[in-house]
Structure formats: structure tokens, C-alpha cells
Design a protein around this ligand. Structure first.
Ligand SMILES: NC(=O)C1=CN([C@@H]2O[C@H](COP(=O)(O)OP(=O)(O)OC[C@H]3O[C@@H](n4cnc5c(N)ncnc54)[C@H](OP(=O)(O)O)[C@@H]3O)[C@@H](O)[C@H]2O)C=CC1
Ligand SMILES: CC(=O)[C@@H](O)[C@H](O)COP(=O)(O)O
Ligand SMILES: [Mn+2]
Length: 400
């Protein structure tokens, strides 16, 4: 195999660290050539000392100074070129030595760098679903135009990609995304109103970063994933369904026109999906434990409760209406999740904030980047007002 240079956006996060573990186990010919993070200089310094990328990006000049100091402390033999801010992320995403970019920052900050990687014709292994939700049309167009590959890391989409490999588009009736149901699957509305950050962070099956874990608790994660599936695989909202599956063993399924269902199963470890995206179309051995169905014994499935989990309805609405509405939904959700994590609003306020911002939005086309970024900025401002109003109405915090 030819040497594959890998750039990782979000290397210090959950997906970023798992990507480095996959690269460790694959060995040659995978080389880490560029890394980007925000501010975790301690972890980034360890990664730089170990993998020796030639280019590194952090959020600010003070983080860059911190990183340099830590590298000197670690006795790193060479200090890489350190770039900063959004421009730094873009440099890493378009780094000439990288043929594959793992897009694993969290949230809208990943959009422009990921788009630039596609425009540069790279293979993009995509975890950052928010980018595709915001700008699916632009990203898929950029991939097509520049011969770039967009391979999903998100477990459901990675599963769908595997299921779809042997089928033609006309043979597939619908996509079925599985969802764990999150920590509040069996809780009533009152318990959800009272949910603490600690409870919401207790995901039943996956160990992930904070934002996606809270999205799983509200089921907004599944809503974002419905939109992600639309852009990745070209299915309309009516052809994408959600099925609650508490064990998260079946990562997703496709239903064919003859009624057959094809599922992809595996353990709940993202290294499988990451390895698939790095080595595709080849499959290589993995050191991970095997799925032991006999030990698991039974798998369960149930329909989602759209009454308690309002974010599902909001995401389908955003997908059907299209234009800038998905970007607005995403931005309002990011702001509301941050406010929940900061103890300012309740878990159940997240859907309220998102819906209220979506209702106020005057939608436009999402065919130009500036329009999407403008809608994103508008939605953050609108969400901040909604959050401030909730805080003023209730006093400082949230859960009662
Ligand atoms: N974790 C998982 O198993 C899964 C994650 N995903 C998706 O993957 C993405 C990443 O998730 P996850 O790894 O859990 O997130 P984490 O919160 O664990 O990591 C986020 C990463 O992004 C970096 N980052 C955050 N903000 C910026 C910024 N402004 N500039 C540069 N870098 C930034 C962080 O750097 P720093 O550490 O310095 O703050 C960190 O490296 C999300 O979109 C998520 O939805 C999808 C499926 C599964
Ligand atoms: C691992 C992964 O892909 C996450 O997006 C996961 O799907 C979250 O679990 P939920 O099914 O609870 O949303
Ligand atoms: Mn997922």
C-alpha cells in the first residue's frame, strides 16, 4: 500500500484519540502528518512528541506558546510549524502531505476546514456530522467536483455505507438508523425536566465527547444523523427511519425493495468505523475484541417516542424544509447544549430553544457558504436571547 499521510482535525478528542490508536495498530503505511486541536496543549504535546507531524494547529497564539513550552519540556527533537485559529485548521485540512483528513472537531467550527479538504480532493473521513447538516449541498458538490471521497465515521452511517456496498440505489427501499435511546429512554417527562448534567452524560452504550453525548440524551443526535444520511446516501426524509435499539449492537440497517433487511453489527468501539474509513476499500485485520452475540443473548427494538423527544420532529422538519433551516437548527442546538452543560438551562429547554429559533427563521437557500455562515450567526444570536429569557424567568439555574 502507498504511504497514506493522515491529518486529524480534533486530534485530542474522543474520535481523534481513537484515530491515533487505529493508526498505531495499522502501522505502516499510515503516517500522521498534521494535527489540530483547540486548547488541550498537554495532550497535543504528547501526540506531537510521539507522532512527529510537521504541521500543528491550535486555537490561539497563547495556546501555541503553551504547546511550544510543553514540547521543550518533553524534550521533543523537533518543533513542528504551529499555526492558529480557523486559518490554522484550514492549513491542516489542506496540508499537501495528507491524502486523508479525519474531520473530528466538534460543531460548526469544522465546516470550512472540512469543505476545503474536499475542495482539495482529499479523502475525508467524517465524524463532524454538524458540518454536513449545515452544508450538505456544498460539501457533496465539492466532493463530486474535485474527486474527493467522503467516508462516514459516524457509526450508523459507517454501517449504512457497509450495508449499501452490494446494492444499487433502486434496490433500496429505506434506511433504518438505530438509536440507543440515551439515558432517559425510560424516564417520564418530569424526570427529564429534572435531569442533571451528570445524568445526561451517562450514555448507556458509548463513551464519547460531551456535545454528542448530550445530543444522544435529547435524541437530537439521531435528528442530525437523519440529515447526515440524506446527504451521504441521497435518500429523502420519508425513506429514513429511526429505530430504538438499546444495546447498540446493530449499528444500522437497510431495507430492500423485496423486504430483506441487511444489518451491520459490531461492538461499541469507534475504532472499527475509523479503521474502515482509513483503509476503504480494503479491509485489514483489527485487534479489537469480537462481537459475542451468544453472551449478549437478546437484542431489543422499539419505536422512538417523538412526544418526549421533540428534537426528532424538529430535525425532520429542518430536512424537509431544507435551505438554511438545518444550519439554524444546528447552531441553536450547539448554543443550547453549551447552556445546559454550563448549568444555565434544563435538558428539556434544549428543544424549546431550538424550536423557537427555527420558528423565527426566515429561510433562504443554502447554496453559498456565506449564506450558511450568516444563518448560523443569526441563529446563535437568537438562541442566546432565548436562553437569557429562560434564565431571567427562572433565576440562575436550571434543574429543580
Ligand atoms: N465520540 C464519538 O464516539 C463520536 C463522535 N462523533 C462526532 O465526532 C465529532 C467529535 O466528537 P468527539 O470526538 O466526541 O468530541 P470531543 O469533544 O471529544 O473532541 C472535540 C475535538 O475538537 C477540538 N476542537 C473543539 N473546538 C475546536 C476549535 N474551535 N478549534 C479547533 N479544534 C477544536 C477539541 O480540541 P481540545 O481538546 O483542545 O478542546 C477536540 O480535539 C462530533 O461532531 C461528534 O458528533 C460521531 C460519532 C461518534
Ligand atoms: C457512536 C455514534 O455514532 C454516536 O453518534 C452514537 O450513535 C450515539 O448514540 P445514540 O444512538 O444514543 O445517539
Ligand atoms: Mn452516531
Amino acid at each position: 500500500m502507498k504511504i497514506k499521510g493522515i491529518a486529524i482535525l480534533g486530534s485530542t478528542g474522543s474520535i481523534g484519540c481513537n484515530t491515533l490508536r487505529v493508526i498505531d495498530s495499522l502501522g505502516d503505511p499510515f503516517r500522521v502528518v498534521a494535527l489540530a486541536a483547540k486548547q488541550n496543549a498537554a495532550k497535543l504535546a504528547e501526540q506531537v512528541a510521539r507522532y512527529r507531524p510537521t504541521l500543528v494547529s491550535v486555537a490561539s497564539e497563547s495556546c501555541a506558546d503553551d504547546l511550544r513550552a510543553r514540547l521543550r519540556e518533553l524534550g521533543a527533537p523537533a518543533i513542528p510549524r504551529i499555526v492558529v485559529g480557523e486559518e490554522g485548521l484550514i492549513e491542516v485540512a489542506t496540508c499537501e502531505r495528507a491524502s486523508c483528513v479525519v474531520s473530528a472537531t466538534v460543531g460548526a467550527v469544522g465546516l470550512v476546514p472540512t469543505l476545503r479538504a474536499l475542495e482539495a480532493g482529499k479523502r475525508v473521513a467524517l465524524a463532524n456530522k454538524e458540518a454536513l447538516v449545515m452544508a450538505g449541498e456544498l460539501m457533496t458538490r465539492a466532493a463530486q467536483k474535485n474527486g474527493a471521497e467522503l467516508l462516514p465515521i459516524d457509526s450508523e452511517h459507517n454501517a449504512l455505507h457497509q450495508c449499501l456496498r452490494g446494492e444499487t440505489r433502486a434496490e433500496v427501499r429505506r434506511l433504518i438508523l438505530t438509536a440507543s435511546g440515551g439515558p432517559f429512554r425510560n424516564c417520564n417527562r418530569a424526570a427529564m425536566e429534572r435531569a442533571t448534567v451528570e445524568e445526561a452524560m451517562r450514555h448507556p452504550t458509548w463513551n464519547m465527547g460531551a456535545k454528542v453525548t448530550i445530543d444522544s440524551a435529547t435524541l437530537m443526535n439521531k435528528g442530525l444523523e437523519v440529515i447526515e444520511a440524506h446527504w451521504l446516501f441521497g435518500f429523502e426524509a420519508d425513506q429514513i427511519s429511526i429505530l430504538i435499539h438499546p444495546e447498540s449492537v446493530v449499528h444500522s440497517m437497510i431495507e430492500l425493495i423485496d423486504g430483506s433487511i441487511i444489518a451491520q453489527m459490531g461492538i461499541t468501539d469507534m475504532r472499527h468505523a475509523i479503521q474502515y474509513a482509513l483503509t476503504y476499500p480494503q479491509r485489514l485485520p483489527s485487534p479489537l475484541p469480537r462481537l459475542d452475540l451468544a453472551r449478549i443473548g437478546a437484542l431489543h427494538f422499539e419505536p422512538p417516542d417523538t412526544g418526549r423527544f421533540r428534537c426528532l420532529e424538529l430535525a425532520y422538519r429542518a430536512l424537509r424544509k431544507g435551505g438554511t433551516l438545518p444550519a439554524v437548527m444546528n447552531a441553536a442546538n450547539e448554543e443550547a447544549v453549551n447552556a445546559f452543560l454550563a448549568g444555565r438551562i434544563r435538558l428539556t429547554d434544549i428543544a424549546r430553544v431550538v424550536e423557537s429559533v427555527m420558528d423565527k427563521h426566515v429561510q433562504g437557500p443554502a447554496s453559498a457558504l456565506e449564506k450558511i455562515l450568516k444563518a448560523d450567526a443569526w441563529a446563535r444570536h437568537a438562541a442566546a436571547s432565548e436562553i437569557a429569557a429562560l434564565v431571567a424567568e427562572r433565576g440562575s439555574v436550571a434543574p429543580v
